[in-house]
Design a binder for this molecule. Sequence first.
Ligand code: NAD
Length: 504
Amino acid sequence: MTAAPNPSVADLLARPPYQGRLLIGGEWRDAADGATLERRSPAHGHPVGVYALAGAADAEHAIAAARQAFDRGPWPTLKGAERATLLRAVADGILARRHELALQESLENGKPLAQALAEIEGSADLWHYAATLARNLHGDSYNTLGQDTLGVVLRDPIGVVGIITPWNFPFLIVSQKLPFALAAGCTAVVKPAEVTSGTTVMLGEILLDAGLPAGVVNILVGTGPVVGDLLVSHPDIDMLSFTGSTAVGKQAVARSAATLKKVSMELGGKNPQIVFADCDWEAAVDAAVYGIYFNTGQCCNSGSRVLVQRSIADRFTAAVVERSRRVRIGDPLQPGVHAGAITTEKQYQAILAHIAAARAAGATIALGGQALATQQGQFIEATVVTGVTPAMAIAREEVFGPVLVVLAFDTLDDAVEIANSTLYGLSAAVWSQDFSTCLSAARRIKAGTIWINTFLEGHAELPFGGCGESGIGRELGRFATEDYTETKTLQMHLGPRTAWWLPS
Ligand code: NAD
């Protein structure tokens, strides 16, 4: 496969915005009230997408279509092998359109084009992996219950899944959910974050091209308070799979309670990278920098707190500041750019407000801290904050931007205590050449993923999710499809009845 050339900003200006409609019951439709939404590139301010914007009536239709596709089939009762074939065709369809998808992701999110391409390719791998699980999903049997009893535990698809995704990795996150729900035999209504809907709508085209039956997947470009809230609270949605902020996630869990639906919540993080004095210096410095500026820090998994052992703290911080100066933040369409734009105006303002609050609380802005002067649009400088105590808001709250906080610790006990001192528990990293130090720390840190001498690696085989206010449940890994099932117990008596409640 040849690489597509990077389009210039001039090419971009000449390109008409991508047009997306609502996918409901296997058909592309306009919104019932004719509403539309325009998306402008956060890096260039240019229109890059125009979408039909769903209202409550459209959402009701989509939920009804998913309900019917589940209740009447055939999707939930197809053989696992048949579902696997379709999932593989989708993966191939994604790869065939990878450059187009990557460009739309880059234009709407503001991330560098090469990184968007890696995201799309990684997502195709998730569809392939889910295809393997579709054929391996199975229940359990017990022949240990006595001669006359056999127990069988079935795994049934849970039903209609409401999928709500955020704007930071739009295509990856829908691909962490949808193929696994489909592998289990579920149907779905998907609502991407309205500012980055393009690649999810394109996925709808790929699903239809692959031959997905009508109504199995319905896609709505819509806002959180209207379409999102309906997915959260609707009695015909059996499970909610949500990725987004902790604040909205908590609200969604509360709103879902009236229908007691199952929830899977992937929420925020304030993830520590713990650097011991005996670390592999170059690797740890590089990971500290990559860990915070990748995706402009707009990652749930960003290593936004670096905890450094005091004996090396000053030297390590200086090295991180020095390397941070070399991070190229700029036009995501330019080759060689490490980080692009902040995706939304709201997030851009929120990051600057976090920096101002840290300064006001007495922290030192050792690097950056301002809007990027060399660039128009929503760009923020690579920022390092020092002189921070664990009690400061900047050390506890998710900033979701290119803002690294450095804290010092003395002993392993101190490091673990600081690491566990936020309400979050998504991920962490430990850097030491002594594996006993690494494992002692890893076993005591409260987080769903701990990287040891590496950072931000992901594999479809490894479960992902958080503890505490980082969420409920796990995605990926070999149990990923099981999450979208309900168990049903069959308890069977064999042969003539031998026990009587009231003998005749
Ligand atoms: P957000 O919570 O603002 O929005 C997430 C989704 O929820 C969007 O689709 C939005 O439209 C929808 N939504 C908004 N209000 C809603 C409501 N009242 N009811 C139902 N849905 C509603 O999050 P965001 O700003 O798009 O994304 C950033 C957040 O996502 C960060 O906190 C980040 O840590 C988190 N995130 C977590 C993971 C993870 O896997 N743990 C991954 C990526 C992002």
